[in-house]
Design a protein. Structure first.
Lengths: 487, 303
């Protein structure tokens, strides 16, 4: 009973679904007063969803949330703020058109009336001085003019400013991602002081060393569940990595070793931010994986390769036609007003042309061929593309790329939100096409998919940090390199 | 730095050109004459600035000004109570449009384009053919002649000061501008985006009403098409004044300066340049393109 009162926040059996995707699958989570909880897990493990729930920006589909032992039936952002729970979100949430003082005002309804500008400026300046001495930021600076690191400093400092609302728990979602080692150290030291003074903190970080050194307790999430939770001293780096990656129970999907005589060079590319000589090399018949945490330059490199195919670009060499399978199907892949057949044919218009017009018959033949081959489930390929389920829409986009003359297929995490049956079918197809000599560059956030690859490049901060051959490819290795602390 | 001064610079440039072409125009009487229509243009520009501050655009402000003009020249004179109710009601319609655009997530361009025809039709219903007469009190306000400072300049100073204080200095003005800068951040801080949108649109309606009334106070009678040019003029004024279409970056002082620049560049400058009336509209457009292009070049260099 005493334990329940000492909790700042407690979630029991929290669930959240986004369509068919289960982002959270019955999670129990709590934070006690005066405690810093470290939260780690791979992308898509459900950390952010869980934190959105604690902050009140997302409502759970199932389960209860209690603050200080009281069940909260209609929990919201306003309620969370009133209870002293705040969140520094991963995406920067300053208004770029406003000054630092004005941005502070946004989080404090109490800053109003005569002299509010001066009060807001004093408030944020004092907090910046406290956390980051020598910060060099003026309260009159416009947020959009500051460097990303300074914006992050302001945002963190703002979360700790105090007016009329209480402050008990601050969620820090990747608070050091844009900070250099010096300012990150200042921030973490401040977090320790805050916790020592009785405040609570949730620290989410991909830098495992930060979590191990600063958290009192560590919670590890995977696939929408909590898979490990213990005092920080019970963990070390290897145990964390093992818990995050789930070394047990994974079968290699494509175990049969394929012949590995090198084919003709298809792509040679160096990421724009690569400083050493490391570069991505892809040959005919190869499936190349691009791994690492989301948004660390994989998509950028794919898009650079895509544009290099039509216009020469420094540092990138492409020797064959290219097609791209977009990851964000709705905004980058599908022509919403068109039929399935038209969506498939768009990449192959040159072949479908009859004089000046598109031959309806050839378009239909192409569509019908791929309908059979890839198993698009529809009564009529002339139906609108939205008549298909999400997985089948994605198949149509694969058909668009594979039905074209492209010898190089770029895949930008195309399997997001696709059911397992469709995935297995597409994996087979990719391997079959690769055996015929096509080259695949496959960025994926799902580590199991990398088992289909001959070769995996791991990305971090826009650079290739590891180059793993098929036989040395393990999930732990990938996580080790993508979480590698800059020593 | 240069970017913030640009609205004032372009106004100074136009003034220097006028002074060079016709020194006598730079006088109390000359400014009264040249800036004759500057007050309604400035008010319409401020109206447009409020919607732009929330990342929206109002394509109906011109016909709305015309509708307000028709109401002012008829009901507001003949049956003041009905006139006041109709004008307040039209502001409420603007507020409702803001709510509709927010709740249904509609593009404001489409909604206000549709509304522009509604206002136009209503204006024709109120005043089928040009005519009507402005209320006497309005005529006497608009023909006020303060000592030393020409009335349009005094009015511009007052408008700029009031709106600058309201939008740039008050604590709720920060929230209004923040809704254009980063709406998600505002929502996470617990603010109602519905309310900010309603307030911004209602302010647009309010300043549209003021613009229409000021216009009729100057022209003395109305015409259903009298405000049609104001839609594009007001957008150009906001942009000329340093505002941007998205991101909540607007400046009330800049918008008023932009409106004055447009009012001067419209006919006085061109008449002094001996450009025949047939070509004035085209020349006006050319000046606008040159000034806006200069603005883009300068702000790009500063970045």
């Amino acid at each position: 009973m005493l334990q329940a009162i000492a909790d700042i926040v407690r979630l029991n059996g929290a669930e959240k679904h986004f369509g068919a995707v289960r982002a959270l699958n019955g999670v129990d989570f709590h934070v006690a007063a005066g405690e810093c909880v470290g939260l780690v897990g791979h992308n898509g493990a459900g950390k952010s969803t869980l934190m959105h729930m604690v902050a009140g920006t997302l409502r759970p589909d199932g389960g209860q949330i209690a603050v200080r032992g009281n069940a909260e039936a209609s929990y919201s952002v306003a309620r969370a703020l009133a209870l002293g729970i705040r969140c520094v979100f991963q995406e920067l949430s300053l208004c770029p058109n406003l000054s630092i003082a004005e941005n502070t005002r946004i989080n404090h309804p109490a800053l109003r009336g005569f002299g509010w500008r001066r009060k807001a400026a004093d408030l944020i300046r004092a907090k910046l001085d406290e956390i980051f001495p020598d910060h060099g930021i003026s309260a009159d600076d416009i947020a959009g003019d500051l460097s990303i690191g300074r914006r992050q400093m302001v945002e963190v400092a703002r979360a700790f400013t105090l007016t009329s609302e209480p402050l008990h728990l601050v969620i820090l979602d990747e608070p050091t991602s844009s900070l250099d080692a010096h300012t990150a150290g200042q921030l973490l030291a401040f977090v320790r002081r805050f916790v020592a003074a009785g405040g609570s903190c949730i620290l989410i970080s991909h830098v495992l060393g930060e979590v191990l050194q600063n958290a009192d307790r560590i919670v590890v999430m995977r696939d929408g569940r909590v898979v490990a939770a213990d005092v920080a001293s019970a963990f070390d780096r290897d145990r964390l990595v093992a818990a995050m990656g789930g070394a047990e129970g994974h079968h290699k999907a494509a175990a049969e070793a394929r012949k590995s005589e090198p084919g003709a060079l298809r792509v040679r590319a160096r990421p724009a931010r690569q400083q050493d000589g490391e570069e991505l090399v892809a040959r005919a018949g190869e499936i190349i994986g691009l791994a690492g945490l989301a948004g660390h330059g994989q998509t950028d490199l794919l898009l650079a390769i895509f544009s290099a195919a039509s216009r020469a670009k420094a540092g990138i060499e492409v020797t064959a036609p290219v097609a791209l399978v977009a990851g964000d199907r709705q905004s980058d892949g599908i022509f919403a007003q068109w039929s399935i057949a038209q969506n498939i044919g768009i990449r192959s218009l040159a072949r479908l042309r009859n004089g000046l017009l598109i031959s309806q018959q050839r378009e239909a033949e192409l569509a019908e061929f791929w309908k059979q081959k890839i198993g698009i489930r529809t009564p009529d390929m002339n139906n609108n593309i939205f008549s298909l389920s999400g997985g089948n829409q994605q198949k149509a986009l694969f058909a668009r790329a594979l039905g074209s003359d492209a010898e190089i297929v770029l895949m930008d995490d195309p399997m997001r939100g696709v059911d397992i049956g469709t995935k297995l079918e597409v994996y087979d197809l990719v391997r079959e096409e690769a055996a015929k000599g096509r080259t695949f560059l496959w960025y994926t956030t799902e580590t199991e998919e990398l088992d289909n690859c001959d070769h995996v490049y791991v990305f971090k901060n826009g650079r290739i940090v590891a180059n793993l051959k098929r036989d040395e490819l393990t999930e732990e290795k990938i996580i080790q390199s993508s979480f590698g602390d800059a020593a | 730095m240069l970017r913030g001064l640009l609205p004032a610079l372009s106004l100074a440039l136009v003034l220097i050109a006028i002074a060079w072409l016709n020194p006598r125009a730079i006088s109390y009487f000359g400014f009264n004459l040249m800036l004759n229509l500057a007050i309604p243009i400035a008010l319409a520009t401020i109206a447009q600035m409020f919607v732009i501050a929330g990342n929206e655009l109002d394509l109906s402000i011109g016909t709305f000004v015309g509708f307000v003009g028709c109401v002012t020249a008829t009901w507001l004179r003949d049956a003041p109570l009905i006139g006041i109710v109709v004008l307040l009601g039209s502001i409420a319609v603007y507020a409702l449009l803001g709510a509709l655009i927010h709740l249904r997530n509609l593009p404001s361009i489409v909604v206000t384009l549709g509304m522009s025809f509604v206002w136009q039709g209503l204006a024709i219903l109120v005043l089928p053919k040009p005519g009507g007469k402005a209320p006497d009190w309005l005529l006497s306000i608009m023909s006020f002649k303060p000592p030393y400072l020409p009335f349009p300049i005094l009015a511009a100073l007052i408008i700029a000061a009031i709106v600058h204080f309201g939008l740039m200095r008050t604590s709720y003005g920060v929230i209004l501008r923040g809704s254009g800068g980063n709406a998600a951040a505002l929502r996470r801080a617990g603010w109602s985006l519905l309310r900010t949108k309603i307030v911004l649109f209602a302010l647009t309606g309010l300043f549209g009403v003021l613009s229409g009334m000021a216009l009729i106070g100057i022209t003395t009678s109305a015409d259903a098409n009298i405000g049609n040019g104001y839609t594009l003029l007001s957008i150009a004024g906001v942009i000329l004044g340093g505002g941007e279409f998205v991101g909540g970056r607007v400046s009330p002082i800049g918008a008023v300066l932009g409106a004055l620049t447009l009012a001067l560049a419209a006919s006085p400058l061109l008449t002094f340049m001996h450009i025949p009336p047939d070509w004035q509209v085209a020349a006006n457009g050319a000046i606008l393109i040159i000034v806006l292009a200069a603005r883009v070049l300068i702000s790009r260099r500063e970045r």
